[in-house]
Design a protein around this ligand. Structure first.
Ligand SMILES: [Zn+2]
Length: 324
């Protein structure tokens, strides 16, 4: 066994587990609320506590922890282990040397990676990416992230920044984005964007199951409510997922033209919509993309759920340890 700790720093929960990087098996998963509003020091303290708990119990099954991989919802500089951009988490995270802090506190090698790059690294050998040499992964949640495997190589680009699909421009003069650009995909197809479309429909007084599901409390509308209403056949909710799917399809079409992958994997919380989202994505791709042999491209849902990011973060720690 090759044991590493994989961590997923999420907006809601902090998760950690021991992963066997040879088999992709996960042991002793732990989670606690992130409570990011308490600031980064408190969050890092909780992370260290989870790591210490796991190191303590790693005797069963007997396995020495060799390192720690941390998936973060933004862009760390993978070479220095310093956080460069963490837009969706409260606190002062910019330029926090998280890798060095963790290494000092637990005396084990640590490595940072973007959370969806971690999912990509997990899904590729152990999940929906099995058997493919060139893979693109998109995770649709609070934001939209991505990762790329090209010709059997995990593609990172400068400082690990390759795969920022959420910031593909899908509207030339579109809304301003938190990244500093405008018209980015995540403003039109992320979980919050889908929820905002639902709120608008209810506010405009349209008859829809969306309002009924939350007793007309607009604050309770999230992407999950839209998906549920769509599953119940609500035409307004289905229309919202259709619109988000078209934007995703446009972005995926652009990605296909650059990467030409055998598999496109969709993960993240919003992907539980399944076919309700996949259908408009694939239809849009079929309408617009004619230079890639689409019959050779598979559009699939992620298979590992939350474990994908944990296994991927552990695999990332292994790669960094092996490289040293
Ligand atoms: Zn953007």
């Amino acid at each position: 066994m090759n044991c590493y700790i994989g961590i997923d720093l999420g907006g809601t929960n902090l998760r950690a587990a021991i992963a066997d990087t040879d088999t992709g098996q996960i042991f002793h998963q732990r989670k606690c609320p992130t409570l990011a509003a308490e600031g980064q020091e408190a969050v890092i303290g909780r992370m260290v506590q989870l790591i210490r708990e796991l190191i303590q119990i790693s005797g069963e099954p007997a396995c020495a922890i060799k390192g720690i991989g941390i998936g973060v919802p933004g862009t760390p500089d993978i070479d220095t282990g310093v956080i460069k951009f963490l837009p969706n988490l409260p606190g002062k995270w910019l330029n926090v040397p998280l890798q060095a802090i963790i290494q000092e506190q637990v005396q084990l090698p640590a490595a940072l990676i973007n959370d969806v790059r971690a999912i990509t690294l997990g899904e590729w050998p152990f999940g929906a990416g099995r058997g493919a040499e060139t893979v693109v992964c998109l995770a649709i949640g609070t934001g939209i992230g991505g990762g790329v495997v090209v010709n059997g190589q995990f593609h990172l680009g400068i400082g690990g920044t390759a795969g920022e699909f959420g910031h593909h421009v899908v509207e030339v003069d579109g809304l301003p984005c938190g990244c500093g650009g405008r018209g980015c995909l995540e403003l039109y197809a992320s979980g919050p964007a889908i929820a905002a479309m639902g709120v608008k429909e209810v506010m405009h007084g349209h008859t829809t199951r969306i309002g009924e599901l939350v007793d007309h409390d607009l604050n309770r509308i999230d992407a999950g409510v839209i998906v549920q209403a769509a599953r119940e056949g609500d035409p307004v909710a289905m229309g919202i997922l259709q619109r988000a799917g078209v934007y995703l399809g446009i972005a995926v079409g652009n990605i296909l033209g650059v990467i030409s992958p055998q598999k496109v994997i969709f993960g993240g919380g919003v992907s539980v919509a399944g076919d309700l989202l996949l259908r408009p994505i694939v239809e849009t791709v079929n309408e617009r993309v004619h230079v890639i042999p689409l019959q050779k491209v598979q559009f699939v849902l992620a298979e590992l759920g939350i474990n994908g990011g944990l296994i991927g973060a552990a695999l990332w720690a292994k790669r960094r340890c092996d490289a040293q």
